[in-house]
Design a binder for this molecule. Structure first.
Ligand code: AVJ
Length: 322
């Protein structure tokens, strides 16, 4: 087996600076907000893995079944030699793709990218072990800037699974899809996994589970600020909120201050005041309609696409040709 390599494009210093910048902007805004990428420190990544096993959290399970059903078709349609996965996390479902692409005989390299170095190191070790014929090379970076350093030297497919596209606000999403189309050569593909618009009675509990794991995941963001920026958030004074925004067709997660308070942020040299009941947005998770995502892909510069959905139409895999 060849040892997997992990390349770190985001140094701890850069991460720190960018968290500081995001906190400076988001905590001064009205309403307050923070980008969801800061959920994923080692503890947050573990909590997310726990979320994927919850009975209420159907996306991971549904996507896995879709991948199981379509991986061979994807392998045949792409004959990819390099699989680049953006926001790969534990790479758990990716095994299905890796297995199909190695059975098809074309895949040589797997390049997972994630912001969490801990998640990448453990995922690349396991996968290099399971797929000894593959070169596994992880990249710790922000997915929006990985695209500009995309590996070369073979037919590529970019996978962006799990519904993570939904974390981007529409303008960011448009720009992101367009830059993927731009960096891919004609004949290469993007494989997208997106959550579909479905019954809020099913969607909301997926983001507000009975065991409170998603609440811990959301609240962990405050611990990240405490640890990384020396802030003094009293985590016990916030509560998790998840709601369906029907106009935007997205799930929104927020943290609500249960009492008025002032939080110190020594690194920023400021204090941040919260009113009782004030809510801060920590994540949007947009859901899509099959026609809508296909239109967005076309506008971004992709050609034809194939869509797979589960029988309940809660999740979709889209294979778009550049
Ligand atoms: C990993 C971004 C796809 O939006 O469903 C899970 C993150 N947030 N529960 C999602 C998440 C709350 C997840 N993504």
């Amino acid at each position: 087996m060849s040892e997997p390599t992990v390349e770190v494009h985001l140094s701890p210093e850069q991460l720190h600076l960018s968290l500081r910048e995001d906190a400076r902007i988001g905590l001064a805004a009205t309403p307050k907000w923070l980008p969801p990428k800061w959920f994923y420190d080692a503890r947050g990544s573990e909590l997310f893995e726990e979320i994927t096993r919850l009975p209420e959290y159907f996306p991971t399970r549904t996507e896995r079944e879709l991948l199981r059903a379509s991986a061979t078709h994807v392998a045949e349609a792409t004959s990819a030699q390099i699989l680049v996965e953006l926001g790969s996390g534990s790479s758990d479902k990716t095994r299905l793709l890796l297995a199909a692409l190695t059975a098809h005989g074309t895949l040589e390299r797997y390049v997972p990218q994630d912001v969490s170095e801990a998640a990448l190191v453990s995922a690349t070790r396991q996968l290099a072990d399971e797929f000894p014929e593959l070169t596994v090379h992880g990249i710790v970076s922000d997915f929006t800037d990985t695209l500009h350093n995309l590996p070369r030297g073979g037919r590529r497919m970019i996978a962006f699974l799990g519904g993570t596209l939904g974390n981007l606000v529409p303008e960011e999403r448009e720009e992101f899809l367009a830059s993927i189309a731009e960096v891919l050569d004609e004949g290469e593909q993007l494989l997208l996994g997106v959550g579909l618009v479905t019954d809020p009675a099913v969607l909301v509990p997926a983001y507000d589970d009975a065991a409170g794991v998603t609440a811990r995941f959301n609240l962990n963001l405050l611990s990240v600020l405490n640890e990384q920026l020396g802030a003094d958030f009293d985590v016990s004074k916030f509560r998790h909120v998840a709601l369906w925004d029907a106009a935007h067709e997205w799930i929104e997660m927020r943290l609500e201050a249960t009492t008025a308070m002032t939080v110190r942020l020594p690194v920023l040299g400021t204090k941040v005041r919260f009113a009782e009941g004030e809510q801060m947005r920590t994540e949007i998770s947009a859901k899509f309609r099959p026609e809508g995502i296909c239109k967005e892909l076309e506008r971004a510069g992709f050609g034809s696409d194939r869509v797979w959905t589960d029988p309940q139409e809660r999740f979709a895999l889209v294979l778009a040709d550049r």
